[in-house]
Ligand binder design. Structure first.
Ligand code: PLP
Length: 410
């Protein structure tokens, strides 16, 4: 770091400022977390220099004997965590994990079925501007009038359109997903059943959210959300799909794997196998319930009525504020949050009527029941008086009092 400070002071200052932001702000973005110092260390090692196209023991480059060990550790550990037959730890991110599954099983023009982006799904599940939406014929499912996944409608559409692949999984859905029901529908219509568990992976690893692994042909994930690893992706699959998926990642979609990131994945997977990780995930879910109950008590509506995970969507309309404005004012009070469309949102996607709130990051820094409740009350204090500078200043001071008691990286 000393070298960068001298050779590139501009960049050094930006990184220092970001580090300070991460310490001082309460991080409420549901897809973010703080990776451990061990994960950060592994990502900063010389493994970044190594080309290793191929897989352990079958590489297209020499000198791979040590990175082979790292990749095999990552594979073995992630299989152990989730009880999977086979794993690929090379996807550079969640999106490329999903693209690889499509490449393995589909041809352009095939029909796929996924949850609509507007109702909680992810871009890569068939949004029109995404490759998944451009290259495939997309049939979407969504929520019923209780804001729960409309399984009956999903089943009806599956029988009507006979998709080749059905994807379950979401970026903004707080409830448990009935993976067994999806699997049955997929079986009935002869579809590949894929689960994108990116958001829930950490909770699933700890047994705090239902596992899709016994039900799905393939499970994709990111490593950096609730699972608390480096930025990246992985794919779990039934043994019969291992060859197709591995060929789809390399040489199908990617070139050289990021060996430093794969090493950091191995570190994070070992952490996820520890008893402390289970306690952590239980607190993530508990904190989410406390935040949801506290916000509801302060007059905000929680979409779907409750959370059964680490995440919730908050309907802001009772406070006469848009998601865009809420994101900005909460940010000026040093609480980082993202605006998010709510079901049937009357506002445009760049404005929205909601925010998404998640508890993985606050829980990593040590927030328990009391601090989760305090955080929710601070959010509500801002939303009750969003245009009052004195309120924002007072809340920011309370946020700093909290965050300084719970440093992330000591
Ligand atoms: N799948 C889901 C459900 C997600 O929420 C996300 C990220 O937000 C992704 C995939 C994509 O992951 P990445 O940003 O690593 O490509």
């Amino acid at each position: 770091t000393i070298l960068v400070e001298q050779t590139d002071p501009e960049l050094f200052a930006a990184i220092q400022a970001e580090n300070r932001r991460q310490e001082e702000h309460i991080e409420l973005i549901a897809s973010e977390n703080y990776a451990s110092p061990a994960v950060l260390w592994a990502q900063g090692t010389q493994l970044t220099n190594k080309y290793a196209e191929g897989y352990p023991g079958k590489r297209y480059y020499g000198g791979c004997e040590y990175v082979d060990i790292a990749e095999q550790l990552a594979i073995d550990r992630v299989k152990q965590i989730f009880g999977a037959d086979a794993a690929n730890v090379q996807p550079h991110c969640g999106a490329s994990a999903n693209e690889a599954v499509f490449l393995a099983f589909l041809k352009p023009g095939d029909t796929i079925m996924g949850m609509s982006l507007a109702e909680g799904g992810h871009l890569t599940h068939g949004m029109p501007l995404n490759m998944s939406g451009k290259w495939f014929n997309v049939v979407s499912y969504g929520l019923n009038d209780k804001e729960e996944i409309d399984y009956d409608a999903m089943e009806r559409k599956a029988h009507e359109h006979k998709p080749k692949l059905i994807v379950a999984g979401a970026s903004a859905y707080s409830l448990r997903i009935d993976f067994a029901r999806f699997a049955q529908v997929a079986k009935d219509v002869g579809a590949i059943f894929m689960v994108d568990m990116a958001h829930y992976a950490g909770l699933i690893a700890a047994g705090v959210y239902p596992t899709p692994v016994p039900h799905a042909d393939v499970v994709t994930s990111t490593t950096h959300k609730s699972l608390r690893g480096p930025r990246g992706g992985f794919i779990l699959m039934k043994a019969e799909h291992e060859k197709a998926i591995n060929s789809a990642i390399f040489p199908g979609l990617q070139g050289g794997p990021l060996m430093h990131v794969i090493a950091a994945k191995a570190v994070a997977f070992k952490e996820a196998l520890s008893p402390e990780f289970k306690t952590y995930q239980q607190q993530v879910a508990k904190n989410a319930q406390i935040v949801a109950e506290t916000l509801a008590a302060r007059g905000l509506r929680i979409v779907s009525g409750r959370t059964e995970s680490h995440v919730m969507l908050v309907d802001l309309r009772a406070k006469n504020i848009t998601g865009k404005e809420a994101e900005a004012v909460l940010g000026s009070a040093h609480m980082t949050i993202n605006k998010n469309a709510i079901p049937n949102d009357p506002e445009k996607p760049m404005v929205t009527s909601g925010v998404r709130v998640g508890t993985p990051a606050m829980t990593t820094r040590g927030f328990k029941d009391e601090e989760a409740r305090a955080t929710a009350n601070l959010i509500a204090d801002v939303l009750d008086n969003p245009r009052d500078a004195a309120t924002i200043d007072a809340v920011r001071a309370k946020v700093h009092a909290l965050t300084s008691r719970f440093p992330v990286y000591r």
